[in-house]
Ligand binder design. Structure first.
Ligand code: FAD
Length: 343
């Protein structure tokens, strides 16, 4: 039986594992169990989970519903977008750790073997791959790189990420007893904020800015971050300085994104601006598509990711162009046509 080793058990890796098991492959899923903050998903998550044969009953049990977005973007005052009024169905404010556990449990129930380890290196053997993890050594006929934005396997094989920006997210989970069903977005001179409710009277609050501006303003440190949050109009600040997590949020495209016996999926292949709120649903779709390419022996065939990335960059530019209140580096960089660069 063909053995596929899937490196990374986030939404992309677990989805590939579930689809591959259902297609009859032997699947080993490797992940040291990463920690992820809470995130919100729009109604399109329902279609993505449907590709895995999963409904939304568990989402409704474990995660609060997201009613839409309330954003101050381009003009003063909050503009509401209501998913239900638009006839799209609900979204959800995910506890990411719980959501990922649910997908991992589904993959294991489908017969995937979960190895709690971190991939370190890989080398070719006459029949496939030898994968070295911290404590384990594995062999594989095909490798799926689902390690997230770092694309650890593919970049070690020489693939390069073409970056469109230098966006970074500085996030905190804070107590928040207010009842809010919407994700709140608020643009500011040097970036933008979002607040997303979480289970258990908490919210995730994130400041998105470019890495050079973050260094200049010191906003990766709790005191300046909190001072900047207190200047927002629609996002409540916690009384004390919270612990902050800094997350890479750059948009990138991996080139090449696959070879004859490996494929990158999810953020490893193409990472999107969190403004899109589309990363998780896209990761699931990408994992399912990769399983289909493996099962139909079309690995290495053009997936059209370059074209999709170019379309995405145009849509992203149009969204950022809606905000014209500040002539500052953060915004003017995003109004121009972006040429991605390898790094
Ligand atoms: C600040 C910020 C906010 C965001 N908000 C949203 C949002 O609200 N909604 C939304 O849909 N998306 C959001 N996203 C995007 C979303 O997080 C990603 O698109 C999504 O998690 C991609 O899934 P993935 O499975 O490709 O990668 P990940 O979720 O990153 O999973 C990668 C997995 O690989 C594992 N791993 C890493 N290295 C190794 C290794 N060497 N060996 C084995 N395993 C490894 C990690 O432990 C992890 O479990 C946000 C992103 C950022 C940066």
């Amino acid at each position: 039986m063909t053995r596929v080793v899937v490196l990374g058990a986030g939404p992309a890796g677990t989805s590939a594992a579930i689809a591959l098991r259902r297609a009859g492959y032997e699947v080993v899923l490797v992940d040291p169990a990463g920690v992820t903050a809470g995130e919100s998903v729009p109604p399109s998550i329902t279609t993505a989970l449907g590709l895995l044969g999963l409904g939304t009953a568990e989402l409704d049990r474990e995660h609060p519903r997201s009613l839409g977005t309330a954003s101050e973007w381009g003009a003063p005052g909050l503009a509401h977008r209501d998913y239900l009024l638009d006839g799209l169905g609900p979204g959800w404010h995910l506890d990411r750790a719980r959501f990922d556990r649910m997908l991992r449990a589904t993959a294991v129930a489908a017969g995937a073997v979960l190895v709690p380890d971190r991939h370190r290196a890989a080398s070719r053997t006459p029949s496939g791959w030898s994968i070295t993890c911290r404590a384990t050594r594995l062999t594989a006929d095909v490798v799926v790189d689902a390690t997230g934005r770092r694309a650890a396997f593919a970049t070690a094989r020489g693939a390069r990420r073409w970056f469109a920006d230098r966006l970074v997210g500085v996030t905190a989970i804070v107590p928040d007893p207010s009842v809010r069903g919407h994700v709140v977005l608020e643009a500011a001179e040097n970036g933008w904020w979002y607040a997303s409710p979480q289970p258990g009277d908490r919210s995730v609050i994130a400041w998105l800015s470019d890495v050079d501006l973050l260094r200049r303003d010191g906003c990766a440190r709790p005191a300046p971050w909190l001072a900047a949050l207190r200047r927002t109009r629609h996002i409540g600040a916690p009384p004390d300085e919270p612990a902050l997590t800094v997350r890479d949020a750059r948009s990138h495209l991996l080139v090449p994104d696959a070879g004859r016996d490996w494929i990158a999926v999810g953020d490893a292949a193409m990472a999107l601006d969190p403004l899109s709120s589309a990363g998780i649903a896209e990761a699931i779709r990408s994992g399912v598509l990769a399983a289909d390419l493996i099962a139909t022996r079309r690995l290495g065939h053009e997936r059209g990711l370059g074209r999709r990335f170019a379309d995405y960059l145009r849509q992203r530019r149009d969204l950022y162009r809606l905000e014209r209140r500040w002539i500052s580096p953060f915004w003017t960089r995003r109004w121009a046509v972006t040429t991605p660069r390898p790094r």
